[in-house]
Write a protein that binds this ligand. Structure first.
Ligand code: AMP
Length: 214
């Protein structure tokens, strides 16, 4: 059986939570603070799609439609990233993925970020992506006539459109929410309300991780 932690400093953190709850933002903060890799399943999949790899071609239709990519494809993609310390964002998303992850490594922390559904819908449907650099901007905080970083044209990805956003949230409720109970039973789950400024939420996560993140 894999050890829960092979060294005291190893951190194997999962950030759970619905699309739009801020997992990516918080994973970035933790990652730069603790100098451990932020592994986003969604980013890895989008990269496969952009490179038109075999996996990318298989995954694209599911992603565009707000559905989950089949477990076996996602698990194979994630395996090479599951050693040393890491912060996982967007994986696992089903019980099968969580069970497989537990067979591969023992996690040290699971933090579930929470926010009301209407807040999630506003966050997700207001996001625009840059065609050039991939930067994401929210219409409530940025001028969306062009990219604030590189001046590129902004567009809404298929999965940022209202119908698909609703589907993504429904999929989350059906397939990913059961992971809270799974990790609660393993006594790993900490819940943090993800409202307010990113730094405020980051402070709550540090607290949930025992005072400081790393
Ligand atoms: P995200 O950027 O994390 O919201 O992911 C974008 C899309 O990638 C999701 O809507 C799914 O279609 C797909 N995806 C990301 N992570 C997973 C996963 N762990 N399992 C299955 N599909 C995933």
């Amino acid at each position: 059986m894999a050890p829960r932690s092979s060294s005291r400093s190893v951190k194997r953190i999962v950030l759970l939570g619905a699309p739009g709850v801020g997992k990516g933002t918080q994973a970035e903060i933790l990652s730069s603070e603790c100098r451990i890799p932020h592994i986003s399943a969604g980013d890895l999949l989008r990269d496969e799609v952009a490179r038109k790899t075999k996996l990318g071609l298989q995954a694209k239709a599911f992603m565009d439609d707000g559905k989950l990519v089949p477990d076996e494809l996602v698990i194979e993609m994630m395996k090479p990233h599951l050693s040393g310390s890491f912060i996982l964002d967007g994986f696992p998303r089903t019980l099968e993925q969580a069970r497989e992850l537990d067979r591969i490594v023992k996690l040290t922390h699971v933090v579930e970020l929470t926010a009301p559904t209407d807040v999630l819908i506003k966050r997700l449907t207001g996001r625009w992506t840059c065609t050039k650099c991939g930067g994401i901007f929210h219409e409530s905080q940025h001028d969306i006539s062009k990219c604030g970083k590189c001046g590129g044209k902004l567009y809404q990805r298929d999965d940022q459109k209202p119908d698909v956003v609703k589907k993504r949230l429904a999929t989350y409720g059906e397939l990913t929410m059961p992971l809270s109970a799974f990790y609660k039973r393993m006594k790993l789950l900490k819940q943090v309300e993800s409202l307010g400024a990113p730094e405020t939420v980051a402070e709550k996560i540090r607290h949930a991780l025992g005072g400081k993140a790393c």
